[in-house]
Write a protein that binds this ligand. Structure first.
Ligand SMILES: C[S@@+](CC[C@H](N)C(=O)[O-])C[C@H]1O[C@@H](n2cnc3c(N)ncnc32)[C@H](O)[C@@H]1O
Length: 306
């Protein structure tokens, strides 16, 4: 864990030297999600690299980030954390191609500078797409080939990801692994959707299901998540993977990190790594991540148990 966080903090420090005034302000639990992404890429990239280099069934390893952001988060203590695209351009094994989508034009300009400054060895120059990833999904898909091994990251703040965007990417590239940050706020919106047309539409686009079906199927607790996961198995053909809850420092559930991969005739070479990641992530709290960063930054001394 400290190793994963150290990389995220070191890269965050370097990336923040470019346009430091442009950054995300997220709470410390973000570090857990970023550590999980780094771990997932440690699983995906070496296997995909080997498969792509063999050049039999698959030809390229590709990274797609649908909500790329500006590349750095500044925490309440003033520490910098590398964002998803910065982590991806420093992955264990290199990608052949990268597509980064971000709606904010200032954010993407800062991201370009950061990637230019901190990209790892052998990584491709990404293609940047400025705008709504759903409206522009054709542009993303046009950059993909059916025999690509694709790692898709979707890290919206809420329910901005449309189900059909995922469906179209996965239909184009069946060998796509998905890393999706799914807000727990969905359960609240389900409650409001019956009386609020806009909330209902958002939910329908997010889930690819009709409001009637959603309201019929969702009651209390995590049932929404069950339906979303069922869609990933049935509609997206991704039955394998993990779901891990991330909570804030005060223990409030914030989002579920969903990682999904497909089952091939030989099972999945990726699954054991994703399962190990989920086990690790579910045993960690945001308070522990905060303490680990304090140690990395020299604000606290490590104990023998750290
Ligand atoms: C949670 S942040 C992403 C953080 C980033 N993944 C990271 O690790 O630093 C969500 C980003 O998505 C962007 N965004 C929101 N809706 C979008 C959409 N429909 N298409 C593309 N980007 C969008 C926002 O401007 C914001 O920068």
């Amino acid at each position: 864990m400290t190793g994963q966080l150290r990389k995220i903090v070191d890269l965050g420090d370097k990336a923040s030297r470019f346009d430091p005034e442009i950054h995300h302000d997220y709470k410390i639990h973000t570090a857990l999600k970023l550590a999980a992404l780094n771990h997932a890429l440690d699983v995906f990239t070496p296997i995909a690299r080997r498969q792509a280099d063999r050049h039999r069934e698959y030809h390229r390893s590709v990274y797609v980030d649908l909500f790329a952001g500006c590349g750095v988060t500044k925490t309440a203590k003033g520490d910098w954390l590398a964002g998803s695209p910065i982590i991806a351009v420093n992955s264990k094994a290199h990608f052949d191609s990268m597509v980064l989508v971000e709606r904010g034009s200032e954010r993407i300009e800062a991201l370009k500078k950061r990637i230019g400054g901190v990209s790892g060895k052998g990584q491709p120059v990404p293609t940047y797409i400025v705008g709504d990833c759903n409206a522009l999904k054709r542009h993303v898909i046009d950059l993909l080939q059916p025999n690509d091994l694709v790692f898709v990251t979707a890290d919206p703040e809420g329910m901005q990801l449309h189900w059909e965007t995922l469906v179209d990417i996965v239909r184009t590239c069946p060998a796509s692994d998905l890393f999706i940050n799914c807000t727990v706020g969905v359960n609240r919106v389900v409650g409001a959707a019956e009386s609020n047309e806009a909330a209902g539409k958002t939910l329908e686009r997010f889930t690819g299901r009709s409001l009637a079906e959603l309201l019929g199927g969702v009651g209390e607790g995590n049932e929404f998540l069950d339906m979303y996961e069922k869609g990933m198995t049935e509609a997206l053909g991704k039955p394998l993977g993990t779901t891990t809850l991330v909570s804030t420092e005060s223990g409030q559930p914030r989002y579920n990190v969903l990682i999904r991969t497909r089952r091939t005739s030989r099972g999945s070479p990726y699954l054991p790594g994703y399962e190990a990641l989920s086990k690790r992530l579910s045993s960690l709290t945001a308070a522990e991540a905060s303490r680990a960063i304090d140690i990395i930054k020299g604000r606290q001394k490590a104990l023998a148990s750290d």
